[in-house]
Design a protein around this ligand. Structure first.
Ligand SMILES: NC(=O)c1ccc[n+]([C@@H]2O[C@H](COP(=O)([O-])OP(=O)(O)OC[C@H]3O[C@@H](n4cnc5c(N)ncnc54)[C@H](OP(=O)(O)O)[C@@H]3O)[C@@H](O)[C@H]2O)c1
Length: 272
């Protein structure tokens, strides 16, 4: 399958931007989405300078109608990369008789962006691709959503993020088998920390921090190999899987003693 037309959410920053810039080449059309106009235009300029044709969409992934209109409005796409996402941790306890917790508005926003936002990208893409002709390899299109190693565990430092990413990964992998029969390849990316603006203000050491260009190459290689789940770094994912087999109180005691994800160690997401 040729990937002549690619749609990317979260293209105004970090991984989505890096994927757009890596994929940009003559003969390829990129449909790039984000909310920040200036940063999205910067990505576009770079992609145009590499010879790609670019269409921009300033849009919030939580807006189901707008996302459906955008995806269908492309008229056809070979590949969709759902990269838009936010993260957030817990707040420090406010007194002797309180505990670390996530603000309710943050919990709702993380689920809306990281789960509903992915569905708002993936579902119209599935619908659109089902109407596309099969290519020589029998495939109609390819859709990839970015999950996280955080989704492999019940991490007390980022409860909503872990839950939303777990749901994305399970949905993509579980739907992938049937989708493939219909000619659509689905992939989930289960990655550890990436050096993007998302984590730049974290105040703890990030084990396995991967530079965004290496992450891009790993993801594109996984897609070329039709991997249903693209996982890196493997040691972090394997360790997380093992942690998840422990009794909850043991795993929790371990996590609560780690600097990563300690209450107040991550910036609160912009909820505007
Ligand atoms: N960085 C990590 O360590 C890490 C690890 C595992 C997984 N991931 C995942 O990788 C993906 C990319 O993250 P990143 O690290 O590249 O973060 P980033 O640099 O903060 O970029 C996030 C992107 O998501 C977009 N976005 C956020 N909320 C949106 C909304 N409501 N509507 C539309 N776009 C929205 C942002 O657009 P605007 O800036 O224009 O609002 C931005 O382009 C995310 O799904 C993240 O959860 C990241």
């Amino acid at each position: 399958m040729q990937h002549n037309t690619v749609l990317i959410t979260g293209a105004s920053s970090g991984l989505g931007r890096a994927l757009a810039q890596t994929l940009a080449r003559p003969g390829r059309t990129l449909w790039l989405g984000g909310r920040n106009t200036a940063r999205l235009e910067e990505t576009a300029q770079h992609c145009i300078s590499r010879g790609a044709a670019v269409h921009l969409n300033i849009c919030d992934v939580t807006d189901t109608a707008a996302m459906t209109q955008w995806v269908h409005g492309t008229g056809g796409v070979d590949m969709v990369l759902a990269c838009a996402g936010i993260t957030g941790g817990t707040r420090r306890p406010t007194g002797m008789d309180s505990a670390a917790s996530e603000p309710q508005a943050q919990i709702r926003r993380i689920f809306a962006t990281d789960l509903t936002g992915v569905l708002n990208t993936v579902l119209p893409a599935l619908e659109l691709m089902q109407g596309q002709p099969r290519a020589a390899d029998g495939m109609r299109g390819r859709i990839c959503a970015i999950s996280s190693v955080a989704g492999l565990v019940s991490f007390p430092g980022t409860p909503s993020y872990s839950a939303a990413k777990a749901a994305v990964d399970r949905f993509m992998v579980a739907t992938g088998g049937n989708a493939k029969k219909a000619g659509i390849l689905l992939s989930s990316v289960v990655c550890g920390f990436l050096d993007t603006p998302m984590v730049a203000r974290n105040t703890f050491p990030m084990p396995g921090l991967t530079d965004v260009n290496s992450a891009c190459r790993r993801i594109l290689r996984g897609l070329a190999r039709n991997e249903r789940r693209i996982t890196f770094p493997l040691w972090l994912a394997a360790g997380s899987r093992l942690m998840d087999l422990l009794p909850i109180t043991l795993a929790e005691a371990y996590y609560n003693n780690q600097p990563a994800g300690a209450p107040g160690s991550m910036p609160e997401p912009d909820l505007s």
